[in-house]
Design a protein. Sequence first.
Length: 77
Amino acid sequence: MSPAPAERVAEILRDELAEHGVRLPEIRADLADPQQPQLVMGAVPLGTGFALLRLLTDYQRLLAAERARHSPRTWRT
């Protein structure tokens, strides 16, 4: 069975952080509610937590920009 999108995101984050020498003890997808999957992380060392917060904030900004770019409201007629 192929992994769910949320599981792939957890794996990608784990791999990208590992490339920068950041090891997360636990990061997994919680698929209890298929409509709203959640990323679940275990305890994170303080320095790693700040780096992770910065990385996730960057992802959030990129996602918002990408959504705005593809939004029908921004299309020209």
